[in-house]
Design a protein around this ligand. Structure first.
Ligand code: PEP
Length: 250
């Protein structure tokens, strides 16, 4: 039985005070959520602040990325081992903004994935096609390359504790959500790719949908058999919307 995961990716947003307000808004409504696991992924600099705010609260903490290096002369980088010290359970890697704005390749993402797993944390591996790739009929190829980059290097066992997020690039922050059928089709393909190598891992891995998910469209998406939660951007910045999505998983 896969417990739905609703994870908020706050991206480059927030301040000490707005984050305190957001967490308290989420906490006020937390008891209404009886099925999904909730997680929030603030910018690195706020991890310690959010860790304190979440003490004794049933919400997991995550980071939005990590370095592909362990330590050393890499100015501006943050290592998975450092993130672990701040009580994080998850690290998002391969988000399309990291891939497209900051140049993370499939190989870089695979290396980051390995660092996350090695440190005992759970990677949320983001995959997804651009609009052009979808229109040219390349969705399946793009996504299998993104998954295979990890599978080929580290094997299917690396996915035992992982989460995958299918995030069509054309749906992120655009208000143009994938239809439940479009999303389900890709989620099923991802599960089948893993199933070919290990049935148990495929059956248990959570595959989240991400891309303009809102309380209004969450229920239909979350009802799909292979959609096990959501990675939420914009709507995660408002307590009511974030909880609204989590309630859709009840
Ligand atoms: C995201 O960036 O992971 C995301 C899903 O963003 P949004 O919900 O704003 O589309």
């Amino acid at each position: 039985m896969r417990q739905p995961l609703v994870a908020g990716n706050w991206k480059l947003n927030g301040s000490l005070s707005s984050i305190s307000e957001l967490i308290s808004g989420i906490r006020e409504q937390l008891l209404t959520v009886n099925n999904a696991e909730l997680a929030v992924c603030p910018p690195y600099i706020y991890l310690s602040h959010v860790q304190e705010l979440l003490e004794g609260v049933n919400i997991s903490l995550g980071a939005q990325d990590c370095s592909d290096q362990e330590s050393g002369a890499y100015t501006g980088e943050v290592a998975a081992a450092m993130i672990k010290e701040f009580g994080c359970k998850y690290i998002i890697i391969g988000h399309s903004e990291r891939r497209h704005i900051y140049g993370d390749t499939n190989d870089t993402v695979a290396t980051k994935f390995a660092h996350v797993v090695k440190n005992g944390l759970t990677p949320i591996l983001c995959v997804g096609e651009t609009l052009e790739e979808r229109e040219e009929g390349h969705t399946e190829v793009v996504i299998s390359k993104q998954i295979n980059a990890v599978l080929d290097l580290f094997g299917v066992e690396a996915f035992r504790k992982a989460v995958i997020a299918y995030e069509p690039v054309w749906a992120i922050g655009t208000g143009q959500v994938a239809t439940p059928a479009q999303a389900q089709e890709v989620h099923e393909e991802i599960r089948l790719t893993l199933d070919a190598q290990n049935k148990d891992i495929a059956a248990n891995i959570r595959i989240l949908y991400g891309g303009s998910m809102k309380p209004e469209n969450a229920k239909e998406l979350l009802q799909q058999p292979d959609i096990d939660g959501g990675l939420i951007g914009g709507a995660a910045l408002k307590a009511d919307d974030f909880i609204g999505i989590a309630l859709a998983a009840n």
